[in-house]
Structure formats: C-alpha cells, structure tokens
Design a protein around this ligand. Structure first.
Ligand SMILES: [Mn+2]
Length: 427
C-alpha cells in the first residue's frame, strides 16, 4: 500500500493551527538567541536515516516472539513498509538489506519498486553468524577468524556475493559485523584469530569496487561471552587502517559496555577521518536494541554534538556518515517504533545544531566548567519538537507521523492485506 500526499496533507490540516502557534513561538525564541532557524530546518530536512530490512517485523528474544499481524513477509513488502515510514516522515529514504534474509530475485525490479517510494539502497549487510540450509561448513566456531581455511573462504565468498548484490542495487558500502569470538578462556588464540580476521577482511576489501566503503562493526560480547574478535573501536580502527582508506569503523550504540563514553569515541574517530557510520538504538543493560532515545536521550544529544562538531571541523576529510537504525521491536508496532526512533534522532540532531560552539570554546578556554556544562544542557533542554515537525511538514511529511499513521489505520490495512500470521524473513 502507498500513502498519497493528499492523505498526509489532509491530516496536517487537522493540526496545523496548533502547530503554527508552537512553531511561531519557538522560532521567535531561537531567533532572539541568534539561531538561524531556517538553516536548522534545512539540515533536518536533508537528514536521511536508513531502515534495515530486518526491523520491519516483530523481533523476539531467545524466550519467544509475539506476532503483530500484517508483518511484511517478502522484500517487496518490506520496501512497501519503508515507503510508508518515508511518506509519513520524509526522513527514511533508504533501506539497508541483510543477505541472505533478503536476496532480491530480480534486482532491477526491486530497484524500480524502491525508486517508486523514493527509496535508495544503503549499505548491504553480510551474515556469517548463522548457518544457512545445506551450508558445506559451519560457522559454529567463527567465520572470518576460523581455524579452518575452508570456513574462512566460505565466509569471504559470502561477503563477495553480498557485494555483487549490492552493486546490482546501487549500494555503495558493505557492513561487516562478526559474531566471531570465544565463550571460554583457552578456546581461542586471540592473536591468531585477529590476524586471520584481518587477512579475510583484506580479501573482502580488495574485492569491493573502488567507490565502495567497508564498515567494520565492533561489539564487546554476545553471542560469545568471553571474547569477541572485534571487541571495540580500537580493534575496528586497527583493522580499518590495515585494510585501506575506504575502510571505516562503524559505531552501533548498543555495542558498548555500560557507561562507555560513546561521544568521545565518535570524536576520536572523526578526528582521524575513520568514522564510517552509525547504528542507532538505545539500551539500559547491553545490546538491548530499544527505541532510539527511549533510555538515554542526553547521551544521544552529546553524541550528536560531537558529530556536528566533527562535520563542521572536518580536517581529516571524514566522509559523509551512513546513518541507520538497528533496533528490534518486541512489544511495539515496528513501524511506530521506527518513527519514534526517527523523531528522537532528528530531535537530538536539531539540539546539537543549536549549540554555539564558539561560546563553548570560550568557556573551555577560560576553564569555566559551570558555563560549559550549562551551555550544552541549555540546548538539550530546549524543546525543538515544533521545529522537527515543521521540517517534516515542509518536506511533505506529517506534522505528527504516528498520529497520522493511526488516523489512516495503516496497521489495520496491513493486517487486512497480509493477515495476522505473517513472519518477516530472518526473524
Ligand atoms: Mn548493528
């Protein structure tokens, strides 16, 4: 199903008066503070976040999975769902495919379908963390790091196939996340495992077209619980440096131990020109994959503050970043959850855009700790929701995407067309 612009417009008519009032007030307040409101709105309008193909159905835990109904069971339906989110928000104009969960049978037809929703293909993601039916060698004890050369070459070959699929779709990057590691002391020779992983990654890197980027994701634990081969940003950075100039680190917010200073990692990687992209989610304990901004919105703002600073002070030529939501939806409607995440991302970005970095530097130079902290908190505590809503409206999206989604009874229509018992591939 497709949402017509007229449906969004007629929804907007129902809330335009109250929106105008709030936006006018906020705009005046920001202007008095010397903020170029139009510039911030334009930045928000230009900001697009990719939706991963695996986030559109209900996820689950190892204890169970509860269906939502109307979930997409084919790649075509998944693209349709991203199309719904994009029509309502105008900020999700890309999809990131997971292979082999979502192999397009006819890449051109899939490309055309996505284009009809104004959606492009973001990074493609390989999967060497589970065995596929009939697979000759198992990934049980690792993939790119495996002790057996045959397993490593199977995993390398898979990544090359993922690149080929991405090329056919117009993707320009490959994201590699490895489950490789060990669950018990003694199981793995750390040094040899890392060295084998580097050799495998180099082979994948060398296969990529010259205009592609390789994103190397890290994670400290899970599914292995004693060690992970690419455990942290330093290891990812080391591997990316060894691979070459088109290899970058990928930061997934949930892939850190509790209380890690992620904004500092962002700052360091951008300083070196090695930050490739972001996987957004939120967490309380570990890799919880919760809705972005639902647990630690201040941390999200501080991360965006470093991102904006890094983008504006880009002496190391860090390339434009790949933004993607990487979350799981176990209890909420996945489409509503994704729209909540998009709003949180836009809000944090907008708050970061109103930080006066020149003043902040003055406070820092004077070692005025109080003022420096207050300056950041002042931006964070400014309610910029009317500004984000204005950006959505001006792009042709809904002033309140979730309210519009409910008003149009999208989930009900999806259940009517697809039924109650569907399961998205890969979940
Ligand atoms: Mn991720």
């Amino acid at each position: 199903m497709k949402i017509a612009p007229a449906q969004v417009n007629s929804f907007n008519e129902t809330c335009i008066a109250s929106h105008r009032e709030k936006f006018q007030f906020l705009g005046d307040q920001l202007a008095k503070r010397g903020i170029d409101v139009e510039h911030v709105i334009q930045q928000i309008k230009d900001f697009q976040v990719a939706i991963p193909s695996w986030a559109l159905g209900m996820g689950g835990t190892r204890f169970g999975r509860f269906s939502m109904g109307g979930e997409p069971s084919t790649l075509e339906e998944k693209i349709g769902d991203v199309g719904i989110i994009h029509a309502l928000t105008q900020s999700a104009g890309a999809i990131s495919l997971h292979i082999p969960w979502d192999i397009p049978e006819n890449p051109q037809a899939i490309k055309d379908l996505a284009a009809s929703h104004n959606i492009v293909f973001d990074a493609v993601n390989s999967n060497t963390f589970q065995d596929q039916p009939g697979q000759s060698n198992s990934y049980k004890h690792g993939s790119l790091c495996h002790t057996n050369e045959a397993v490593r070459s199977l995993a390398v070959q898979h990544n090359k196939e993922v690149i080929d699929i991405g090329v056919a779709l117009g993707s320009k990057s490959l994201t590699v996340w490895l489950a490789d590691g060990s669950s018990f002391p003694g199981q793995l020779n750390f040094r040899k495992a890392l060295s084998r992983t580097l050799d495998s990654l180099k082979e994948i890197y060398n296969y990529m077209p010259a205009d592609w980027k390789l994103y190397i994701e890290y994670k400290p634990y899970e599914p292995n619980f004693y060690s992970t081969v690419i455990q942290d940003w330093g290891t990812s950075h080391l591997l990316a440096n060894e691979c070459g100039e088109n290899a970058y680190c990928l930061v997934d917010l949930g892939h850190h131990l509790p209380n890690t200073n992620i904004e500092q990692i962002v700052s360091t990687l951008m300083w070196r020109g090695k930050l490739g992209g972001f996987h957004f989610n939120d967490s309380k304990y570990g890799d919880d994959d919760l809705t972005v901004g639902s647990i630690k919105p201040y941390q999200l703002f501080l991360i965006f503050n470093e991102l904006v600073y890094g983008i504006n002070n880009n002496d190391a030529n860090n390339p434009p970043l790949a933004w993607m939501i990487d979350a799981s939806h176990n209890v909420k409607d996945p489409l509503e959850d994704l729209m909540q995440s998009l709003e949180a991302i836009q809000l944090a970005y907008a708050q970061a855009l109103i930080v006066n970095h020149a003043d902040l530097e003055k406070h820092r130079a004077a070692n005025d700790v109080t003022q420096a902290q207050s300056l950041l908190q002042d931006a964070y505590r400014t309610d910029l929701r009317p500004l984000v809503q204005e950006a959505s409206k001006r792009s042709g999206g809904a002033i309140d995407p979730i309210a519009c989604y409910r008003k149009l009874q999208i989930r009900e229509s999806l259940i009517e067309t697809r039924g109650l018992e569907t399961t998205a591939s890969g979940l």
